[in-house]
Design a protein around this ligand. Structure first.
Ligand SMILES: Cc1ncc(C[n+]2csc(CCOP(=O)(O)OP(=O)(O)O)c2C)c(N)n1
Ligand SMILES: CC(=O)[C@@H](O)[C@H](O)COP(=O)(O)O
Ligand SMILES: [Mg+2]
Length: 640
């Protein structure tokens, strides 16, 4: 348990209206208390820590200077918005963050009028901010769009698409680039290097005298204030920055922890007649909490932790997680197969690609938050004879759907998709759930779609994908620990489109795809105990289906139930289509499809989410009994 900090000043602030009553000289104390409160809260819940710590002063300054909620403040990704939540009427629930029924770990429209736009996937803030700004302009309403976007999020194409369009917003759009020189991992690529040069270049520092030139492009009022602004900013870059070329007035870089710098610069920008403006703010991820500042990932995402020591309460021991199994298996395969490459879109540790990178740095590519580019890059590699694995979370792969269809599937290129975070993910909630990939991939001609039932299957599927050169192939697996089966010494090449019978019965057949296999086996035990002989098949492939096996089971069993951690339109839909196309439903066969519900499920513990989804063993049993019109004891009910 973390002790709640003493926060006398913060206790007087429930919303930004209270904050704006404070004197500027009180904001330092308020920020310190806000930081302590955030550390204490995340210590007791776990969650995203480093990013929020880095924007404490920025959060205070924005709400102090701008007229939120009428000025529409949009936090990119939203993982840094905990201090914002504390200052916008949600402090009383801050220790429910990411818990079932509690506050979301991201911004969410239904939570507060101070969250005008929901987020969690990155790089949407400038587009949305532009939308708010233009809507207000068209309706002659006051209110700017203020987008706060990190240097990592700035690597995505969408940010540039938005900036390319931003001029029409004029001074109603303010972009604040929060540059902490970190993504989840250290940031990559030319843009990151460019920002680092902007911040550190001695040439630039020597050009301070040109500050007034840059600032004079803003309003006359701002021009008058330029002396003050110049004094408070660390300097200004001459014209010609990338952002200026895109039509922004660039201001910065400024020290994002120094309120004496932040407040007057934000005031100037608020009052400027011209725009759009981009303020380049330099911060430190994890600021003000030593264990975070000194950790390699700056405590991006943490388990519950002891505030004094910073030690996280992570469970040790137990089965290896799927990510490590994938990364290590691929690294091993790549020792003898020089064509294997791995691609991650800014999630090297999350996907296990870091394991591959340690062994094969020259064949490992972190493309930044750029899933679309990552997929087409993989397509190019595949077209040139390489064996690329694009290791991307299911939810983030949604971004690259046209690239999947147009660049990969239509050209039938053998890109291997290692689809991580398949199924429900727990505390990150609906935005991060891997619900749709089976549906969106298995509908595409040429695709092979596999789902691992356990970590040993993941080894086999990784190998199978590596060896498959006939077209695109995907393997999906969930977040976290495996089920504890032995890992094979030698991976097997699976026959494409063939499932396996795990347990043979006669009356009920459960067709499982993915890690619901364990629940299906539990359900089978229960059904057997009720006298219902049950077959359990691990289909392995959503596409191509093992039609021989499915037809045999349909012809020999009374009830067939599909079970998958995927939305409607996945395995169940394909099995039903096959059955009806082939007349297998014409003679009284009972088919039921268990899948994720047709709604966006809120964050909670994964097992509870699966309970809510109706995908645990009791739900499978229930579906069978209902199909057979048996009561819960397995006794057949009289028909009306
Ligand atoms: C489309 C998409 N891809 C990947 C992620 C995973 N992700 C969340 S935060 C983050 C790093 C963001 O870095 P930055 O914008 O610099 O923010 P910081 O955490 O440094 O404050 C990544 C890669 C995501 N949320 N959305
Ligand atoms: C904000 C974000 O998108 C990531 O930080 C995400 O929360 C990571 O999720 P995992 O913990 O499953 O890697
Ligand atoms: Mg960053």
């Amino acid at each position: 348990m973390s002790v709640k900090p003493d926060t006398p000043l913060l206790d007087t602030v429930d919303t930004p209206l209270d904050l704006r009553k404070l004197k500027p000289e009180q904001l330092r104390q308020l920020s310190d208390e806000l930081r302590a409160e955030m550390i204490s809260a995340v210590g007791s819940t776990g969650g995203h820590l480093g990013s929020g710590l880095g924007v404490v002063e920025l959060t205070v300054a924005i709400h102090y200077v701008f007229n939120t909620p009428d000025d529409r403040l949009i936090w990119d990704v939203g993982h840094q918005a905990y201090p914002h939540k504390i200052l916008t009427g949600r402090r009383d629930r801050i220790r429910t963050l990411r818990q079932g029924g509690g506050l979301s770990g991201f911004t969410k429209r239904s939570e507060s009028e101070y969250d005008p736009f929901g987020a969690a996937h990155s790089s949407t803030s400038i587009s949305a901010g532009l939308g708010f700004a233009i809507a207000n302009k068209l309706n002659d309403k006051p209110g700017k769009g203020i987008a706060v976007i990190g240097d990592g999020a700035m690597s995505a194409g969408m940010a540039y698409e938005a900036m390319n369009n931003a001029e029409q917003a004029g001074n109603r759009l303010v972009v604040i680039l929060n540059d902490n020189d970190m993504s989840i991992a250290p940031p990559v690529g030319g843009l990151s290097a460019y920002l680092a040069r902007m911040v550190s270049s001695s040439e630039y520092m020597g050009l301070r005298s040109l500050a007034s030139k840059a600032m004079s492009k803003l309003s006359r009022r701002a021009h008058k204030a330029v002396g003050k602004a110049e004094e408070y900013t660390r300097g200004m870059v001459t014209g010609g920055t990338l952002f200026e070329e895109l039509g922004f007035y660039y201001v910065g870089p400024i020290d994002g922890h120094n309120l004496d710098h932040l407040i007057p610069v934000l005031e100037n920008v608020r009052d400027a007649d011209e725009g759009p403006v981009l303020i380049h703010v330099v911060t430190t991820k994890g600021k003000g909490y030593e264990p975070a500042e000194s950790s390699a990932d700056k405590y991006h995402g943490v388990a519950k932790f002891d505030v004094i020591t910073g030690k996280q309460k992570k469970s040790s021991g137990g089965p290896p997680n799927y990510q490590n199994v994938f990364g290590e298996t691929l690294a091993k395969l790549a020792e003898t197969d020089k064509r294997i490459c791995a691609i991650t879109a800014a999630m090297p540790s999350g996907t296990g690609v870091d394991k591959f990178a340690q062994a094969h740095p020259e064949r490992s590519f972190d493309v930044g938050i750029a899933e679309q580019h990552g997929v087409t890059f993989a397509a190019g590699l595949a077209a040139q004879g390489m064996r690329p694995f694009a290791a991307i979370y299911s939810t983030f792969l949604q971004r690259a759907y046209d690239q999947i269809v147009h660049d990969v599937a239509i050209q039938n290129l053998p890109v291997r998709f290692a689809i991580d975070r398949a199924g429900l993910v727990g505390a990150d909630g609906a935005t991060h759930a891997g619900s749709f990939d089976v549906t969106y991939l298995a509908t595409l001609p040429n695709f092979v779609v596999m789902a691992a039932a356990d970590e040993a299957e993941l080894v086999h599927m990784t190998y199978t994908a590596a060896e498959y050169d006939d077209g695109p192939i995907a393997l999906r697996y969930p977040r976290g620990a495996g089920v504890g089966v032995d890992l094979p010494e030698t991976p097997q090449k699976l026959e494409i489109g063939k499932g396996r019978i795990v347990r043979e019965g006669t009356k009920v057949a459960l067709l499982s795809l993915g890690t619901r296999l364990a629940e299906s086996l539990k359900a089978a035990d229960d059904l057997e105990a009720k006298g219902l002989s049950t077959t359990v098949a691990d289909l392995r492939f959503a596409k191509p289906l093992d039609t021989d096996m499915i037809e045999r089971l349909m012809r020999t069993h009374e009830v067939v139930v599909t079970v998958e951690e995927a939305a409607i339109g996945g395995l169940g839909a394909h099995v039903l289509t096959f059955a009806s196309d082939n007349g297998l439903t014409d003679s009284g066969l009972k088919i039921r499809t268990l899948r994720l519900p047709d709604l966006f499920q809120d964050h909670d513990a994964p097992d509870k989410q699966y309970d809510e989804a109706g995908l645990n063993a009791p739900h499978i049993v229930d579906a069978v009994l209902k199909a057979l019109r048996h009561n819960s004891a397995g006794v057949e009910e009289a028909r009306a």
